[in-house]
Every structure is written in structure tokens, then in C-alpha cells.
Design a binder for this molecule. Structure first.
Ligand code: ADP
Ligand code: MG
Length: 777
């Protein structure tokens, strides 16, 4: 031990010398000079001394003041300079992959090193970490997984939890675990960093931990709201456009109290156009108004107009456009690419930035544009606080973000574009003033901004808790509800009960809330349990290839496009994939066709002809690979296999596996004279989204549909469904064994009792039991 300590010690001295040499070099000097201009630098001593005298410290400071890049470095530097050098081991968590990667790269660069020397990163399936790495940036999920094997975080000296103001579910969860750990690891330091000033709240959670605020500096940002933009650009809205696009209806939902008043306020402040719009249609969101959220919205032309205006007549500087989600980004991009100015690569460098992008693609956004070329980045709210795109001078903010919400009463999750909070809007604005005075264009009237909520609701209060509950179980943290009652803000009891119930139904927990073998595998797959279940069964039944496509397809934007002006053509193209009464099987067909075409000639023509999104296809392709890696990682697929050449075409088996994954997402098909209707136990009558393959059928020759998702708008709509037979539901739906049998039978409407001979029912039960045992083993 003495020898290895000596080696470590010597290496740490070497690293210190190396670092000093770098700082003396011309480039190093310039970097030191740059770093010393950051607001965090001025607080360096105060921060370090606060950390040394407290176990928990909270640091807040405006985005860009140097929290993420500087504070971990301060700790690293001060530790390397002290005797403890070799022993320090700092982990800094980031809510997203892209920030973990870009930040570690930046910090290594600031230190004149390559990644994997003193600074490393680790995200799911990727990472660089060397034996000298003392500062590791990772996603929060990675740290949570580490806690699985190493509950006390042995050897870790500092944990820095970044971006706590976002109140992500993982971060909230991690804080409970760390809070419990602190008494057992008195020498472990916990540093929480937030970009907003709500630090008091965290401080009281950690028994009055001290707060240090880094005073920020940004250049002034000129703010324009919609009314100003219209006046400035002379762009004229026609009555419906802006309202369709940015879905005012959500707004009314948010401010249930006084929609009438709001309407009149808007009418008096914004142009005639808005006043003329018929708001009564929007006070109640309908299927139609919701589906207005897509490609050909006229609202995109306002953005286009504005961007073009900036390109032509404003000073140089990149433009950052905050869009709602990936679908909007890709549709807008497609539109802009056809524009004479914005689509011309000699004039504009058009980039996109969102969480699910491949890492090589993500790096592009940090590149600087050539002289005379304007950089435009279309981003989701990921660019709001976690990543810094340096040369931004103009920000365009659509005012929305996709937010998951969850209605515990109906046990129905929703993922909908929602208005952002005031804090988010300020953050977005702040992105413009980093390098010089900037301008921010909010694409909504000021009165709408005034009605925004102050903060966004924390994720733990608005999303289903299934994955979280599994994690709690896997970390052996005791009773789920007791554990969650110690959160910063505890979720509703009903939401917790629903999640536990769900996990029991799908066979991940037994009736005593203990993990089953299946549950143990699900934990190792960082994705929704239903996708994990499908993949596991796909691997077991040697039917992985199509199932990889289904699972990947459920995680990306619907690849079937329906441009409003070419609806008939798109429908016709789509019909060639139908016929199996299944959106999932249609997707498999489309993907296999694309894959075939892609190997040959890139696949674009195929997509074009068949109204498929090439981007979604590529995303599916990438996700399939990722899922396969994960399955290899946990030993369910032979790790030497280059790919999974199990092009299984047994449609019934595929249906069964889909059912195994999606159950209890199931509804019964009730036929009447001319068509059919659908019913679930909890909701009664439900409807299909119009773009579902099954929505074009007049009959469905199966008694059940399993579905991926139901979303409540004013009726309950089902997305992506597959028709399945009785036998499949009986054998693959939920778990028939033990405690769940009751619920399952009820679900089937007493099917066994009423329609089946007792002997046949018994036979099913016994096959079912065998099958369950087989899968669990
Ligand atoms: P915070 O975490 O407080 O929001 P950061 O530590 O991320 O701030 O960034 C501090 C400063 O470092 C930024 O204002 C920017 O000037 C610079 N910076 C950060 N990341 C990069 C990068 N990838 N490329 C160039 N400069 C960067
Ligand atoms: Mg930061």
C-alpha cells in the first residue's frame, strides 16, 4: 500500500508541474487570463474556504459566471497543491449527456490537457477516464448507478451536483440519497450549484447549509415581445397563425382562474390579428388545435422572417432559437433549408442542438462560423442553462418547452408543449448577453409572459414514478413511500401507489414490493420499463431485431410524416405499411425497407417517396445500436455478436412480445354494425390518434389492442397500437401468477369465466405459469 501511495503521490507532483508549465506557456497564460475575468474567479478563495469548513455548500450564480467549468477546477487545483493531492476524487454531475461531455472537454482544454488526463467524463455507454483522472463529469444517472455497487461512494472526496435549479427527477432523488449518506461519510463534501436564486430552499433542506452567491455579469439584452417584433419587422399575422402555433390554449389551462380577463388583455395589447382570432376555440384544447403543433404552421414563417431580417440587417453574431422539441426543430430546419438566404451554406451555418443527438453531432454547435457566415442554432431548452454557445448575440424564444406532466388521478402521463416559466424566459434571454450586448425576441406578447409561472414544477411532481421506484428498490432504500416522503418536495401518495401498482402488474416487483429477477434486469436498462421488458423478451425468444426497431421507434418522433398539403399522397404511401393492424409492425416494415435502401443509396429517396422522416429513421438506427450495446452489457446478448441477425418474421411472436412490454396498456375492441369502438377499464371509451394505422380500419379482427401511450386531451387518445389475440393477452399480458391474477382477469372482463371452458382456462393458467417461470429464470 505504501508503495502505491508513493507512486500516486509522485504522479500528482508530476501533474502539478505539468499544469504549472502549461500555465507559463503563451496559450496557458491567455487561458489563465481569460479564466480570471470570470465572476467565479473573484470568489475563488471564499468558495474554497466555505467548502473546507462545511460539509454542504450551495453556490448560486448566473449562467455563464463560471460555476460548472471553474468551481470543480478550483477544488482540483487546491487539492493538487495541498498534500492530499493524490487522494482527491471529485465527481460533478450534469443532468444531460451533452453537458457532461462538452463541459469536460472544455475544462480539459482550459488545463491544456487531453480528456482522460486529470479530467474525464462518463455518460451512458461512453466515457474517457484515466488513472490520473481526479475530476469526473458524469450524468446524474451514472452516479446513481455507481451507488448501486458502491453505496458509500468509497474514495470520492467531493460530489458536485450541478443545475439543481432544474429540479430534475434524478437530481431530486440523488439529493435524498446523499443527504442520508452524509452522516456516514463525514469527510465527503457536497456542493450544490444553481443558476437561479432559489438557493434558500436547498439550504433549509440541508439543515441551513451556507449559500454563496457569485455576483454575475452579463451585457444588457434588449428585449422584444411579439408586439414589438410585429411592429419592427412589419410582418403581419393573419388571424390564426400565431395562436395555432404556440398553442395559447395551454395558457388558459395554466391560469384557469381568469381566462376571460387574459383574453381581453391580450386583445388590447397585441395587434388586431390576435384580437381577431377566435379565442373561444382555444379555451378548450381540442384534437385539432393540438395537432396544429406541427410542420406547416404559419408561425414558422414568422421565425423565418425574423431570422432573415437579422441576417440581412443586424450586426454579426450567432442566433440561438429556442424551440419546443425535436419535431419542431427538424420541421423548421427542413423549411429553412429551402430558403434562399437561410438555406444557403455560404451565408448561414444552420445547426441543431437537442438532447438525443449523437455526440459527434452535438459538438458541431460549438464551432465558430466562417467570416461572413451567420451561425444559427435551433435548440431545445437544453441550451437554456447547461451549455454555453459562446458567440450568441441574438436569441429567439418560442416560449415553450415539452414538459411531461402526469395526472395521478387518471394515471395518465402527458407530454405536451407547455409554456415555460419566468425564470426560464430570463435564462433564455440571458444567453444573448454573454459576449456583447444582445437582443432577445420573445415570440409571445408581454401579457403572456406576465402570466407565466415563476418557476417550473419539479419533475418528481409531474411525471410517473415507475423508474424512480425501481431505482429506490435497487438501492435497497427501504419502503418506497417512506423514502420519497423525505424528498425536497414529495410526490402525491396516489402517484407513488400507482407506480408501485404498475411495477407489480408488469412483474418487476413482487407483492411485498421486492424486486423480481425481471426487475433486477430492468434496472440495468436505463429506459422505460416497458421498453426494457420488450427487449429482454426479444432477446430470450431470439426475436430481437424487430423488437429493437419497435423499442427504438417508441423513443423517437413518429417517422410517418403527414404534410398538411399532401395528406392524400402521404396516406396512400402509408397504406403500403398497413395491413397488420399494428403501428409497430408498420414501423418494422418501414424501417426494414429504409435499411435496405440506405445500404444501397443512402435511403433519402426511399424516405421521400414514402413520406418518412429520414431523421427519425437515422435516430431509430442509432438507438437500435445503443439498445443492443446495453443488452450485451448485461449479458442478455452474446457480446461477440457484431449485430443481431435474427430477422424474425414471426408476426405472432412479435405481437406477443409487444404485448408483454405494453401491458397493462390494453383496451378491448368492441365491434358494432359499421365500425368499432375502444374501451379501457379506467377510462371507458377511448379514441385513436388519427395517424394510427388502426384508425384507418373499419374492423379489427382481434379482441384487444395494446398501446404504447394514452394521452388525455379532452378525450383519451391512444398512440401506437397493435392488435392482439386472446391467447397472447392471456399468456403475455402482465403476470398471471400470484397476486396479479385477479386484476388481470378483471381486466379481461371475466373472459376466462364467461367464454372459456374451465378446462381450457386451467390449461391457459398452467401454460402461463410455466412461461412466467421460464422468463424469470
Ligand atoms: P456556468 O456554469 O456558471 O453557467 P460555465 O462554467 O459553463 O458557466 O462557463 C463559464 C464561461 O466559460 C462562459 O461564460 C464561457 O465564456 C466560457 N465557456 C464555457 N464553455 C465554453 C466552451 N465550450 N467554449 C468556449 N468557452 C466556454
Ligand atoms: Mg453551468
Amino acid at each position: 500500500k505504501g508503495v502505491s501511495e508513493k507512486i500516486l503521490w509522485r504522479r500528482s507532483l508530476q501533474m502539478r508541474d505539468q499544469q504549472q508549465a502549461w500555465q507559463e506557456s503563451p496559450e496557458g497564460k491567455r487561458m489563465v487570463q481569460f479564466r480570471s475575468t470570470l465572476p467565479a474567479y473573484k470568489e475563488k478563495e471564499a468558495i474554497l474556504s466555505l467548502i473546507s469548513s462545511n460539509q454542504v455548500v450551495i453556490i448560486s450564480g448566473q449562467t455563464g459566471c463560471g460555476k460548472t467549468t471553474q468551481i470543480p477546477q478550483f477544488i482540483l487545483e487546491s487539492e493538487t497543491e495541498s498534500v492530499r493531492g493524490a487522494a482527491c476524487n471529485i465527481i460533478c454531475t450534469q443532468p444531460r449527456r451533452i453537458s457532461a461531455m462538452s463541459v469536460s472537454e472544455r475544462v480539459a482544454f482550459e488545463r491544456g490537457e487531453k480528456l482522460g488526463e486529470s479530467v474525464g467524463y462518463k455518460v451512458r455507454l461512453e466515457g474517457t477516464k484515466g488513472r490520473d483522472t481526479h475530476l469526473l463529469f458524469c450524468t446524474t444517472g451514472i452516479l446513481l448507478r455507481r451507488l448501486l455497487d458502491d453505496r458509500n461512494l468509497k474514495g470520492v472526496t467531493h460530489v458536485i451536483v450541478d443545475e439543481i435549479h432544474e429540479r430534475g427527477m434524478n437530481e431530486d432523488f440523488l439529493l435524498i440519497v446523499l443527504k442520508d449518506l452524509l452522516p456516514y461519510r463525514p469527510e465527503l463534501k457536497l456542493i450544490l450549484m444553481s443558476a437561479t436564486l432559489d438557493a434558500e430552499f436547498f439550504s433549509s433542506y440541508f439543515n441551513g447549509a451556507p449559500i454563496l452567491n457569485v455576483p454575475g455579469f452579463t451585457y444588457p439584452v434588449k428585449t422584444h415581445f411579439l408586439e414589438d417584433i410585429l411592429e419592427m419587422t412589419g410582418y403581419r399575422l393573419t388571424p390564426y397563425n400565431q395562436i395555432d402555433d404556440y398553442g395559447q390554449e395551454r395558457m388558459w389551462k395554466m391560469n384557469k382562474q381568469a381566462p376571460r380577463k387574459r383574453k381581453s388583455q391580450i386583445a388590447s395589447t397585441v395587434e388586431d390579428a390576435i384580437r381577431a382570432a377566435d379565442f373561444k376555440d382555444y379555451s378548450q384544447p381540442t384534437r385539432e388545435s393540438l395537432s396544429c403543433w406541427n410542420p406547416d404552421c404559419i408561425g414558422f414563417s414568422l421565425i423565418e422572417y425574423l431570422l432573415c431580417n437579422i441576417c440581412k440587417s443586424e450586426r454579426p453574431g450567432a442566433i440561438l432559437v429556442f424551440m419546443t422539441g425535436w419535431d419542431d426543430i427538424s420541421s423548421l430546419k427542413e423549411k429553412l433549408l429551402t430558403h434562399p438566404v437561410l438555406g444557403d451554406p455560404n451565408q448561414v451555418l444552420l445547426l441543431t442542438c437537442h438532447g438525443s443527438m449523437a455526440s459527434s453531432e452535438q459538438r458541431l454547435i460549438f464551432e465558430e462560423a466562417k467570416d461572413g457566415v451567420r451561425k444559427i442554432v435551433l435548440a431545445t431548452n437544453i441550451a437554456e442553462t447547461s451549455i454555453t454557445i459562446n458567440d450568441v448575440v441574438f436569441v429567439v424564444d418560442c416560449g415553450k418547452a415539452k414538459e411531461t406532466s402526469y395526472d395521478a388521478l387518471n394515471n395518465t402521463p402527458c407530454l405536451l408543449p407547455t409554456w415555460i416559466s419566468k425564470v426560464s424566459a430570463q435564462q433564455r434571454r440571458g444567453r444573448a448577453g454573454r459576449v456583447q450586448p444582445g437582443e432577445c425576441y420573445h415570440l409571445y406578447p408581454r401579457c403572456v409572459y406576465d402570466a407565466f409561472a415563476e418557476y417550473q414544477l419539479p419533475e418528481i411532481l409531474r411525471t410517473p414514478l415507475q423508474s424512480l421506484c425501481l431505482q429506490i428498490k435497487s438501492l435497497r432504500l427501504g419502503s418506497i413511500s417512506e423514502f420519497l416522503s423525505r424528498a425536497l418536495q414529495s410526490p402525491e401518495i396516489l402517484a407513488v401507489q400507482n407506480a408501485i401498482e404498475y411495477l407489480k402488474t408488469i412483474g418487476a416487483l413482487d407483492e411485498n414490493e421486492n424486486l423480481t429477477i425481471l426487475g433486477r434486469y430492468l434496472i440495468k436498462l436505463p429506459m422505460e420499463p416497458k421498453l426494457g421488458k420488450m427487449l429482454i423478451l426479444g432477446a430470450i425468444f431470439n426475436c430481437l431485431d424487430p423488437i429493437l426497431t419497435v423499442a427504438a421507434g417508441l423513443s423517437v418522433r413518429d417517422p410517418f410524416l403527414t404534410p398538411l398539403d399532401k395528406k392524400d399522397l402521404a396516406d396512400a404511401a402509408k397504406s403500403q405499411f398497413s395491413g397488420a393492424y399494428s403501428d409497430h409492425l408498420a414501423l418494422i416494415k418501414a424501417y426494414e425497407g429504409w435499411k435496405y435502401a440506405e445500404i444501397d443509396q443512402g435511403g433519402y429517396e426511399y424516405c421521400w417517396k414514402n413520406f418518412l422522416s429520414a431523421q427519425s429513421m437515422k435516430a431509430i438506427d442509432a438507438l437500435r445500436r445503443e439498445f443492443l450495446c446495453l443488452l450485451k452489457d448485461i449479458g442478455l446478448v452474446d457480446s461477440n455478436a457484431a449485430s443481431c441477425n435474427t430477422w424474425c418474421h414471426d408476426v405472432n411472436l412479435i405481437r406477443a412480445i409487444i404485448c408483454y412490454g405494453l401491458y397493462p396498456g390494453i383496451c378491448s375492441v368492441v365491434h358494432n354494425e359499421k365500425s368499432f369502438s375502444l374501451k379501457t377499464m379506467e377510462d371507458g371509451q377511448v379514441l385513436l390518434y388519427s395517424n394510427s394505422m388502426n384508425a384507418r380500419e373499419t374492423t379489427i379482427p382481434y379482441p384487444w389492442l395494446v398501446f404504447n401511450e394514452k394521452i388525455k386531451v379532452n378525450s383519451v387518445f391512444l398512440r401506437d397500437s397493435t392488435a392482439v389475440s386472446d391467447s397472447v393477452v392471456l399468456l403475455f399480458g402482465g403476470s398471471l401468477s400470484k397476486g396479479d391474477a385477479d386484476g388481470h382477469l378483471k381486466m379481461l372482463g371475466g373472459y376466462l369465466e364467461f367464454f372459456m371452458e374451465p378446462a381450457v382456462a386451467d390449461m391457459y393458467q398452467s401454460i402461463r405459469r410455466e412461461l412466467d417461470d421460464f422468463i424469470q429464470s
